[in-house]
Design a protein around this ligand. Structure first.
Ligand code: ADP
Ligand code: S3P
Ligand code: MG
Length: 173
């Protein structure tokens, strides 16, 4: 079985994904890391040197290559993965694959991302807390349409990483 985590930046896809893989004794893959390895550049370097469109094309290509691999694993996607080209349809149509949306409130996401915004090229240029707030509110609204198409939606705003992992395991089996 392939378990794919989707959701906005800062929703915990990478941290919960790692924990979930360890609990289920499955390999863990992070799409951003796979992209960095295939390009030999960090995500931020890809955005600054090659631009977002190039990143989105690479993201779509690396996703498809990964999902065509045999075997089970947990995959943490990037926040934009399901929102471009045919990536969402591709993930939904892949056999033995379950999409899990890690749903978090705007407030939780904003608080986490204010601490980590330098690592997110889409946020790094925003100057004030108010600008970050305004950007995330609009962006999350636009992307929620895609996230809501997941097979399982896990509300994780009030849960720590272990509790979110436990809820996913309970919903899977
Ligand atoms: N309850 C929680 N669930 C998930 N992540 C949390 C939680 N509380 C704090 N965090 C922190 O929030 C950040 C989430 O980032 P990350 O896992 O990289 O998310 P994503 O991959 O979705 O952007 C990490 O620094 C993580 O340690
Ligand atoms: O939301 C997005 O468009 C992005 C999210 C990032 O991943 P995380 O959601 O793991 O931060 C990374 O793929 C890139 O910075 C773009
Ligand atoms: Mg991540």
């Amino acid at each position: 079985m392939k378990i794919i985590l989707i959701g906005y930046m800062g929703s915990g896809k990478s941290s919960v994904g790692k924990k979930l893989a360890s609990v289920l004794n499955l390999p863990f893959k992070d799409l951003d890391t796979e992209i960095e390895q295939s390009e030999n550049l960090s995500v931020s370097e890809i955005f600054s040197q090659k631009g977002e469109i190039y990143f989105r094309k690479t993201e779509n290509k690396v996703l498809k290559t990964l999902l065509k691999q045999a075997g089970s694993f947990v995959l943490a996607t990037g926040g934009g993965t399901p929102c471009y080209a045919d990536s969402l349809t591709f993930m939904l149509e892949e056999p033995n694959t379950i999409l899990v949306y890690l749903k978090n409130s705007l407030e939780v996401l904003t608080n986490r991302l204010l601490l980590e915004k330098e690592h997110r090229p889409l946020l790094a240029h925003l100057n004030s807390e108010e600008e970050v707030n305004d950007f995330i509110r609009k962006h999350l609204f636009e992307r929620t349409f895609y996230y809501n198409q997941a097979n399982i939606i896990v509300e994780s705003s009030a849960k720590n990483i272990a509790e979110t992992t436990e809820e996913i395991v309970g919903r899977l089996f």
